[in-house]
Design a protein. Sequence first.
Length: 269
Amino acid sequence: MPHNKSKFKTIFSAFSIVLVELALVAATTAAFVAVFNHMQIKSATSSASSIESSVGSSTQTVVQPNDSLPVSSAVQAVQQSTDWKLVLVNFDNKMPDNFQNVIVNKFNIDMDSRIVTPYQQMHDAAEKDKIHIWISSGFRNSAKQQQLFTSEIQSFSKTGLSYDDAVSAAAKSVARPGYSEHNTGLAIDINGVLDSFDGTPAFKWMQQHAQDYGFVLRYKKDKQNITKIKYEPWHYRYVGVENAKKMNELNMCLEEYVAYLKENSTASN
């Protein structure tokens, strides 16, 4: 019997050593993963801080976006419209390098000078109907867009996602620099960035009247699979009165409308 007890103690001791070694391996692996993700995020943050830009009160200095971040594998080769109002900037299409805009500061927001009057007219019409609208965000240069995108990556990484998964998740709510409509100066966010905005009288008024001033709801709930951006009831884009009314009549988002015009132009030729 003593011999069996000694043998059992030896086996138990060996088993305990194995368990300790396995715990050490697991802890080391977890630490390595945490350090790796931190280094990836730090690298993205460093890239953001390295971008320099200059925006005057009435002119924009063109800034090239940081293209080191992952890009969609299905980038579309879109033939841009010659109409500046229909420039297509989205998840897959970078703002054209030759796109011309003149950025001014109005209503305490930077925006393209060409949409100042249409917005003012829309704002005044809303006030007459006792509806108050205001612009919470307008033009962003590439450096600001990079900062927002990197911040979104960090937020998702804190939830436990890998760096690549955090980038993919971030891209659904914040566009990469150069791929955001806000870089054009033609997009405005109305009354804050709130999902609940679509339950307000201001949203209902915008749905009925925004087209009369050339603005459309850019990221509709039923078009998310096309725009690749989640539903944003606050985000409006200037496309011109004629285009806005036609888009709403056809229930098309900008991606569909640009393709529609191209197809009809080809057919007529």
